[in-house]
Design a protein around this ligand. Structure first.
Ligand SMILES: [Zn+2]
Length: 704
């Protein structure tokens, strides 16, 4: 997954504006002397962020006032280009703060986030609800037909106009007043949700008193659990931290049913314990305020308001896409459940399958049916091999780019690695950070973000980071990845590739500044190369024997490729429908009882699949409450339709070749938000996207 920069409208770079507040010694208020304008993480302290963000807002307010109050008539240059150049100090400060607070947080940083969140919401409103500024943008928009502008500049005009309207510029002053209040309340609630979720997830870790409770995990993971408990001040215990999803990786391996049940329940109830980390009232209020916000704009619910920004356009288009998948998914999940129950019944103890048994017995079914198990595969996926010989190799073969590790760029945590990326002709293209390992003070999940976008106007190059939550190997042990983690690494890097190849003039149209349901296309597309034969052969070596992955194991993995996809698609669809249900509430609906609402929403949409719980429960569904995916989680499935279809195009045209990669780079990856997406896809493929390859890829076309 990915978090889009929240202030995508404003480019990030070095600022030379005079600092309005804050100490002149604050490194965020000084121009960067580092390559790529990189941030001086080695010189930043926790007390630097709030004053820098506040100084950044003040500086941008001045820039915006100068544009809005300009006595000269509005022109493309004095209004839109000037806006594109504004806010650079703020972007520098929020970029640095964003990575620290999400990957390396502490109580002070979390407090700062709660303080600045409503201030930032008010700041954005001060720009987009500025009537003089909007009048200038609207004048240029209305004269667009007579202006001599290149296509990207024309697209910038249309984008700004739509952005202003979506932000409320056309509403009456009274409605705008209410909108400002709603936006600030929502920002405060969001920051509270994030704080509670982080604390609830950390507190939900499983503590085992005896290693025997963790039987099946393997020595390396048990060693890591012992270390994790020690780090928490428990010298005798074993700690398994929670990942952000409902299902937990360890549930695949844990032999003790009681331990599985406990771990699953810790996950399921992490933010529903009636304590200070309980998020139920927070999200119920957010849903209600979002419905009211949509009503101000004249939409029947938040989904209808939000989807005008996406490729799908309407809730009806989303539902038609989702509903077409639910039937085949239910059927496949039921076949999988029957296989699992048979596997359970073949054992000594007899019980009915529960969600916490699913993955453990699914592995046994996989072993029995396909003779594949994770413990056999993981030794071939050592992190550094995956990175340098897999991920970088595939990018080199497709796009011609190369990588060189840099040790002179400051990082926010000692494990973070930095690489310079070079283009096919050897010119420097981008700077790339990787923050791989799970930490207790890191937000769950995986994401990509940018400190800087490519912009010809500003002369900036992409500075990008990927964050993962991979459990680090015990001291002296390598970090071995599951197949899912390997795909995750390829996924986030797909977003990075999208940023590297941007060739836009304007920062706010550059790289990953794309709708949710298109932005996951390049990332999910990149996942396909993880198991592509020539790539796999290049990186999958046993970390102890250095033997390549045997062909027999590769063949078995291929035969098992659609195994458990009923479950996997089912948990995603359930989360999709939960998201849509929360954002289909009308403003008149009362504050919801969260658990009752969730149960009813799953049933009504047909995603109450037996023993397949949603990938995220409402109370820890960070995507929709805190990461900009409200009424947008379906974007993963939608983009999967695009990426499976595009991958099919590659297979039909010779597979992994430089020529195919270049075509994809030129026609999709480099295009940013510079044209509409339907035509962009059609130009690449020669037809509209089709759900067939997705159904095929997931094994949803029929028999088991
Ligand atoms: Zn993503």
């Amino acid at each position: 997954m990915r978090l889009l920069a929240t202030c995508a409208a404003f480019a990030l770079a070095v600022c030379t504006a005079a600092a309005a507040t804050g100490s002149p010694d604050n490194p965020l208020l000084q121009p960067s002397t580092l390559p790529f304008g990189a941030l001086p993480f080695d010189r930043l302290s926790d007390s630097d962020y709030q004053p820098a963000i506040e100084a950044g807002m003040q500086a941008q307010r001045k820039e915006i006032d100068a544009i809005a109050n300009n006595a000269a008539p509005p022109t493309f240059d004095n209004t839109l280009v000037a806006m594109e150049k504004s806010g650079r100090l703020l972007d520098r400060a929020t970029g640095a703060f964003g990575v620290e607070v999400s990957t390396n947080s502490n109580p002070l940083l979390l407090h700062v986030r709660e303080v600045v969140a409503p201030e930032l919401a008010a700041h954005e409103d001060a720009i987009y609800l500025n009537p003089r500024l909007f009048a200038r943008v609207a004048t240029i928009y209305k004269r667009l037909g007579s202006l001599k502008l290149d296509p990207e500049s024309r697209h910038l005009v249309v984008t700004y106009y739509r952005r202003f309207v979506h932000a409320g510029a056309n509403l009456s002053p009274k409605k705008q007043e209410r909108l400002r209040q709603l936006n600030q309340q929502l920002a405060t609630l969001q920051a509270a949700f994030e704080r509670k979720l982080l604390a609830g997830t950390a507190a939900g870790a499983l503590i085992a008193k005896d290693a025997s409770q963790l039987a099946g995990l393997g020595d390396s993971a048990i060693g890591a659990a012992e270390q994790a408990a020690k780090a928490k001040g428990d010298p005798d215990g074993y700690l398994i931290p929670l990942q952000n999803t409902t299902q937990q990786p360890a549930l695949t391996l844990l032999q003790e049913r009681a331990t599985r049940k406990e771990l699953f329940e810790n996950s399921w109830t992490r933010t529903e314990k009636n304590d200070t980390n309980d998020t139920r009232s927070t999200i119920a209020q957010m849903a209600k305020l979002r419905a009211e916000k949509a009503q101000l704009f004249g939409y029947k619910d938040f989904a209808a308001y939000q989807l005008t920004q996406e490729m799908a356009q309407t809730p009806a288009a989303v539902q038609s896409f989702l509903q077409g998948l639910i039937g085949p998914t239910r059927a496949k999940a039921a076949r999988e459940a029957a296989d699992i129950q048979a596997q359970i019944d073949a054992g000594d103890r007899h019980f009915q399958l529960q969600p916490y048994d699913w993955n453990y017995y699914a592995q046994r079914v996989r072993k029995a049916k396909y003779d594949v198990d994770d413990n056999e595969i993981r030794p071939y996926f050592e992190l550094n091999d995956v990175l340098q010989n897999g991920l970088f190799y595939a990018a080199n073969q497709l796009y011609g780019i190369t990588f060189e590790e840099r040790h002179d760029i400051p990082v926010w945590q000692p494990d973070v690695r930095v690489f310079e990326v070079f283009d096919k002709d050897g010119t420097s293209l981008a700077l790339m950070y990787f923050d791989f390992f799970k930490r207790d003070n890191k937000q769950g999940g995986a994401w990509m973000n940018s400190f800087a976008n490519y912009s010809a106007l500003l002369g900036t190059k992409p500075v990008v980071y990927n964050v993962e939550n991979i459990p680090k190997g015990a001291p002296g042990q390598p970090t071995l990845l599951t197949i899912d983690s390997v795909r995750g690494v390829f996924h986030e890097f797909g977003h990075a590739l999208n940023a590297f190849f941007a060739d836009e003039k304007y920062p706010s149209l550059s790289g990953t500044a794309r709708p949710r349901d298109f932005v996951e296309f390049p990332s999910q597309f990149n996942e396909h190369w993880a198991l592509y034969p020539s790539v796999l052969k290049h990186y999958a070596f046993n970390y102890q024997t250095h033997e390549p992955m045997p062909q027999a194991l590769i063949d078995k993995m291929e035969r098992a490729a659609t195994f458990n996809e009923g479950y996997s698609m089912g948990e995603s669809l359930a989360a999709d429908e939960l998201d849509m249900a929360w954002h289909s509430l009308p403003a008149s609906a009362p504050l919801q009882d969260v658990d009752a609402f969730e149960t009813a929403a799953l049933k009504a949409s047909g995603t109450d699949f037996p023993n397949v719980p949603p990938r995220y429960r409402s109370t820890y569904f960070s995507h929709i409450w805190a990461s900009g995916y409200a009424a947008g989680y379906y974007a993963y499935g939608w983009s999967e339709m695009l990426d499976d279809d595009a991958y099919q195009w590659f297979l039909d045209h010779g597979g992994l070749t430089r020529a195919n990669g270049q075509r994809f780079r030129d026609m999709v990856l480099s295009r940013g938000d510079s044209e509409d997406y339907g035509p962009m896809f059609r130009a690449f493929y020669g037809k509209d996207p089709d759900v067939g390859p997705l159904l095929q890829d997931r094994g949803l076309t029929g028999g088991p």
